[in-house]
Design a protein around this ligand. Structure first.
Ligand code: AMP
Ligand code: MN
Ligand code: MN
Length: 350
């Protein structure tokens, strides 16, 4: 018996391999992507700075397929201090990564993943601007399409869902390496299948990936269940100064971690990714904010909403972007000024 599975619009959910619910990307765009890739000898791939599982996983999955097609592949992300975050070092395919200074200045064909703007590409934004063809594979609603070809689906739970489609359309076969990369993207962006973006198509994709024999327990442990000891110390400090205040749309809970705090415990910036998930659990708060000082001395601001506030609107107004319930931006102000401006923008959307 075929189960009666419905998508968000109440229509029967599609179950074909590599389909997202209601994918709005026209067939002509996919065809154009295949044509561009078919013609290129070398394909340059990039994802957003300080990559998460979705950014790096989507990029590496496509890199594997392109390499198996005989293409020269370079893959990178535009961090000044180029290093794969520790929690993503288990991903296969890292031999295909090159630092930004070894990246082609003006690629013939460049494909960028999980990035809503040139700025999100960091120092590789310049290379993207110089690329002859720039294909943008993304799921951020704020992405206006900054390339020569858009493969953008704002309904997709993860860029990995679009990367999976690209893998199939290129004639690639899901092997365990590719599936591991895609799975890292899918579990990261759905919060382990907890967020509202977790549709039937998400679980169907997960089933295809798990069927390759990947170790979901090991991946979960790498992503969420381990940290250096210093993280506990930095976490203790951040939680000690956490603040709960009345916001315009319910409680606002926030804290911060300076680079001095991190240096004291030898903690790299990328280890702070999970901190917002602890802060945002506060029952009394509708919005959660964590200010993380990076190695350049700028604040990377992570924001989360429980649903009634569009933090993407707030963060976009402050020069960043993201999704309705998870968004971010960069601030060059002091922590106090950063929070003052955040509260000001929050009032406007509440
Ligand atoms: P994070 O808090 O780093 O997990 O990011 C949450 C969401 O906000 C992700 O979807 C990011 O793509 C987006 N985001 C974070 N930082 C920025 C930024 N500086 N500019 C634009 N979008 C951002
Ligand atoms: Mn991302
Ligand atoms: Mn994503």
């Amino acid at each position: 018996m075929t189960p009666d599975v419905r998508d968000r619009a109440g229509r029967p959910a599609r179950v074909e391999a590599g389909q997202t619910d209601d994918c709005p990307i026209p067939a002509t765009s996919w065809d154009r992507a295949l044509h561009l890739i078919g013609q290129a000898d070398e394909v340059a791939l990039a994802c957003h700075v300080t990559p998460d599982g979705d950014a790096l996983g989507s990029m590496l999955a496509v890199a594997f397929v392109l390499r198996s097609m005989g293409k020269r592949v370079v893959a990178s992300f535009g961090d000044r201090q180029f290093a794969v975050p520790r929690l993503l070092r288990f991903l296969p395919g890292q031999d295909m990564l090159v630092p930004p200074d070894a990246y082609p200045a003006a690629p013939e064909l460049m494909i960028v993943f999980d990035s809503s703007t040139f700025e999100r590409l960091g120092v590789l934004g310049t290379n993207a601007a110089m690329a002859r063809e720039l294909v943008v594979v993304d799921h951020h609603p704020s992405n206006a399409g900054f390339g020569t070809l858009s493969l953008i689906d704002a309904q997709a739970a993860a860029t990995a869902m679009l990367a999976e489609q690209l893998v199939y359309r290129l004639g690639g076969r899901l092997d365990r390496d590719i599936a591991t990369c895609l799975y890292a993207g899918l579990v990261t962006d759905t919060g382990s299948f907890r967020y509202s973006s977790t549709t039937p198509a998400v679980h169907q994709m997960a089933a295809r990936l798990v069927a390759t024999g990947l170790r979901t327990d090991e991946i979960a442990r790498e992503l969420w269940d381990r940290s250096p000891f210093g993280y506990l110390k930095v976490l203790a400090g951040a939680l000690d100064r956490v603040t709960l205040e009345n916001g315009p749309a319910g409680g606002l809970v926030w804290t911060y971690v300076t680079r001095v705090d991190r240096a004291e415990h030898g903690l790299p910036y990328s280890e702070l990714e999970g901190l917002i998930d602890i802060v945002r659990r506060t029952d009394e708060a509708e919005v959660a904010v964590v200010l993380k000082e990076d190695d350049q001395g700028d604040w990377q601001v992570s924001t989360r909403s429980k649903g009634s506030v569009d933090v993407a609107a707030v963060c976009t107004a402050l020069g960043g972007g993201g999704h309705h319930n998870a968004a971010g931006y960069t601030s060059h102000d002091t922590a106090e000024e950063t929070m003052a401006k955040f509260r000001h923008e929050l009032r406007k959307v509440s």
